[in-house]
Design a protein around this ligand. Structure first.
Ligand SMILES: Nc1ncnc2c1ncn2[C@@H]1O[C@H](COP(=O)(O)OP(=O)(O)O)[C@@H](O)[C@H]1O
Ligand SMILES: [Mg+2]
Length: 507
């Protein structure tokens, strides 16, 4: 098997961080080569070097045996290299065809033959099983389809070295399955693929080889068939990892959160939550699953008091909470772990100890007659920091900004859990965290449930929903599709429900 890409000792530094520390790897013709690593390991940087987005500080690249200098993405295109980025780069008011030919239109007074282009795109789509309509508007097609447009964009430019950067992060399980088939079609036709991912199961399902990088360094390249998920995880993290969360049976108690027929409008007055009702009981974790952007954000904002409902009721511990302010809801027993910890979880330019009392600074133990009692605040912050293993290097006085993502999240978790809430709403609580921190956060959430709290978990990661939830509620297009017991369902069913199909239809 021929080698199509050789990256040799690639080094790329950013101010203060070595993103790629002399990494070498090669891509064989017709293979799917996974690049595995935790968040921040350097995967995207390495592939961006190959795509000409970054220039390496040192090292060399050979494409089909010839040493090349890839000055920019156009140069990469000319070498037959294409990349599908984590965030798509499509113009939503253009059609599929217009997006694909964007940048390739013939100049010098010639007309663009859009009709011909559309035909060629249709042929490519058929050949690889992409099922894309060349005339559809980007704004009208699903995220999964938009991704296929990005794939067609590469194919239309005759790329045969394809880079996918975390392509499944935005897909439902069914779409993931279809993407897997598409990738297999591509390699069957002789294309070669670099697949960036941090999902072990996907690697086992489709890749032939896997290169693991950790903190910018090459850890190893293995044949996937010979490596178990445990082995790959250990290579990725640098130590053995325990899979799954240990969870005892629960006996749910009374309802802590009840919502009835909730209707909420989002930006621009568009209906985003359309008549949702459910409850969360003491001693249970209710997981809310759904594809991003189906009303989760508006629902959560309404529950925590950042947004008002148009209609419907919210009850916390049997008391009307829909009209309460944020502070009153906190007093009623609500705690909140937001998905955007930088924007909503912490004030980055405040110290850790100041962040610890953001929701309680007005209480008597921290303030008397409007004056903050810094001795009490520091003692309290230090207790939370040590209870929740928050590592800052500079103790309670460190600026929140200087902590790693995992430690920032532990700090938020500490603040929210230490408030001893009845109801904990956790949104994407492990987003962007490394495996160690994920384990920790999961353990703490289960602990809360076991101690009789009601936990509402909102997550886009189905693995997380399944690992933690006692019941799973599925939201699609602002409606509650259904609620099922976790031990009576599987990813396939939840995935179908995420597309809006009710259980009776799924079964
Ligand atoms: N444009 C940039 N400027 C500064 N630092 C960057 C830039 N891009 C990435 N980094 C840093 O380089 C490291 C590797 O990032 P990245 O390649 O995006 O990791 P991955 O894709 O594996 O999550 C991280 O520490 C990240 O913060
Ligand atoms: Mg990345």
């Amino acid at each position: 098997m021929g080698v199509v890409v050789e990256m040799d000792n690639i080094r790329k530094e950013f101010p203060g961080v070595v993103a790629c520390d002399n990494i070498s790897l090669e891509l064989r013709q017709g293979e799917i080569h996974a690049i595995l690593g935790e968040n921040g390991a350097g995967k995207s940087t390495l592939m961006s070097v190959l795509f000409g987005l970054y220039q390496p500080d040192s090292g060399s690249i050979r494409v089909r045996g010839r040493e090349v200098h890839i000055a920019n993405p156009n140069a990469a295109n000319r070498l037959g290299i294409g990349m599908v980025h984590q965030h798509f780069k499509l113009v939503s008011c253009f059609t599929v065809t217009e997006n694909i030919i964007l940048g390739l239109e013939p100049t010098r007074g010639m007309f663009i033959d859009t009709k011909l282009a559309a035909e060629q795109i249709k042929q490519l789509s058929d050949r690889y099983g992409l099922k894309v309509d060349p005339h559809a508007l980007i704004a009208d097609i699903s995220v999964g389809m938009q991704q296929r447009v990005e794939i067609l964009k590469m194919l239309y430019r005759n790329a045969d070295i394809l880079i996918f950067d975390e392509p499944t992060a935005v897909l439902t399980p069914q779409e993931v399955h279809e993407l897997t088939k598409i990738m297999a079609n591509l390699t069957a036709e002789g294309k070669s693929i670099f697949l960036i991912t941090h999902k072990l199961r996907e690697i086992k399902a489709i890749a032939q080889r896997c290169t693991v990088i950790r903190r910018g360094q090459w850890v190893g390249t293995v044949a996937v068939a010979d490596a178990s998920e445990e082995t790959l995880a250990a290579m990725m993290v640098g130590r053995a990892v325990s899979f799954g969360v240990k969870k005892a049976q629960t006996k749910p108690g009374e309802k802590v959160l009840e919502i009835e027929n909730l209707h909420v409008r989002g930006r621009g007055g568009v209906a985003r939550v359309k008549g949702i009702s459910f409850s969360v009981k003491r001693g249970e974790i209710l997981g809310l699953a759904g594809v991003d952007g189906n009303g989760q954000k508006e629902l959560v904002e309404t529950l925590v008091g950042l947004r008002r409902a148009d209609e419907g009721r919210i009850l916390i511990n049997n008391k009307e909470a829909g009209g309460l302010s944020v502070r009153e809801r906190i007093a009623a027993g609500l705690a909140f772990i937001p998905d955007d910890r930088h924007k909503y979880g912490l004030i980055l330019d405040f110290s850790l100890e100041e962040n610890m009392i953001l929701k309680s600074y007005h209480k008597q133990r921290f303030a008397t007659q409007g004056l903050l009692n810094f001795t009490a605040i520091r003692a309290y912050a230090q207790k939370v920091i040590s209870d929740f293993d928050v590592r800052s290097g500079r103790g309670a006085g460190a600026l929140a900004r200087t902590l790693s993502g995992g430690n920032q999240q532990k700090a938020i978790l500490g603040r929210e859990i230490d408030a001893d809430p009845d109801l904990l709403i956790a949104v994407q609580p492990t987003r962007g965290l490394d495996v160690g921190a994920i384990e920790y956060v999961h353990r703490r959430l289960v602990e809360q449930r076991d101690s009789g709290k009601a936990v509402l978990l909102v997550s886009l990661e189905l693995d997380e929903i399944f690992a933690l939830s006692d019941r799973i509620a599925v939201i699609s297009n602002g409606e509650l599709v259904g609620i099922v017991n976790t031990d009576e369902t599987d990813e396939n069913e939840i995935g179908l429900m995420m597309t809006g199909l009710r259980r009776e239809a799924v079964r």
